[in-house]
Ligand binder design. Structure first.
Ligand code: DC
Length: 236
């Protein structure tokens, strides 16, 4: 079963996705990390951010895999062609490069295919921007998680301090979030928008535990409906 969690940067998707996955015994797929991985390879190889053909080739050819810590079923990071880029993809230069990279249709096509393949292999909480609209439109649980840009910037700064990577300058982070919101929502290919049948949840001013509780309740109802409806909990 797929639980789709979409929304803008810093809305709390990763925290919520991990907690919901742990609660339900699902795996987690961070699709943003995959776009970041392609952006990292492009910068490393000197492929220009407006070279759509070159970016599409990278997305088709590079091998993106998830890195697991010992004993933890949740991936803690991502590797590109065997190189652990978990920290590198959170750097400010990737924050800047990833929106133009993710606006390229050929990049999206290649990554969506990989995401569908991974998601079909088990029960997943999948987070991104187009999961409920494009990647898994048939997902029985779809959440569109938002928060004000200011709150998202505060959270991102705290996260960067904790991780020890990325900018910790609030104004810089806020400007970056606004810039990415604009590009992500206005791009021609799969712009950020809520699926019509998504539950819209605004996490501004709320404890993250309460948001997690709401989404787990939605997910449990969907799992229950599947079991009651056709006896196949794993159906998608
Ligand atoms: O969630 P994130 O900040 O790590 O995402 C990085 C970028 O990738 C962001 O600019 C939006 C883009 N993205 C996307 O276009 N589609 C997805 N499914 C996930 C992320």
């Amino acid at each position: 079963m797929i639980i789709a969690i979409d929304g803008p940067s810093g809305a709390g998707k990763s925290t919520v996705a991990k907690a919901v996955a742990r609660e339900l015994g699902f795996s987690c797929l961070d699709t943003g990390a995959m776009y970041r991985a392609v952006a990292w390879r492009a910068l490393r190889d000197g492929v220009a951010l407006d070279d759509e053909e070159g970016l599409g080739r990278i997305a088709r050819e590079c091998e993106i895999s998830f890195v697991h810590g010992s004993g933890d079923p949740m991936p803690r990071g991502v590797a590109v062609d065997g190189v652990d880029v978990s920290a590198a993809i959170r750097e400010a230069e990737i924050d800047r490069a990833v929106s133009p990279v993710s606006a390229v249709s050929a990049v999206r096509e290649a990554l969506v295919e990989q995401q569908q393949r991974i998601g079909r292999s088990g029960d997943y909480v999948v987070e991104g921007r187009d999961i409920g609209t494009v990647v898994f439109p048939e997902a029985p649980v779809k959440v569109f998680l938002t928060a004000s840009a200011e709150e998202r910037a505060h959270r991102r700064v705290r996260q960067n301090v904790d991780r020890g990577v990325g900018s910790i300058d609030y104004d810089e982070v806020l400007a970056g979030i606004r810039r990415r919101d604009e590009i992500d929502s206005s791009r021609a290919s799969s712009p950020l928008r809520a699926a019509e049948d998504a539950a819209r949840i605004d996490s501004t001013g709320r404890f993250i535990e309460d948001v997690i509780g709401d989404i787990c309740a939605l997910a449990r109802r969907a799992v229950g409906a599947r079991v009651d409806g056709d006896g196949s909990e794993g159906a998608r």
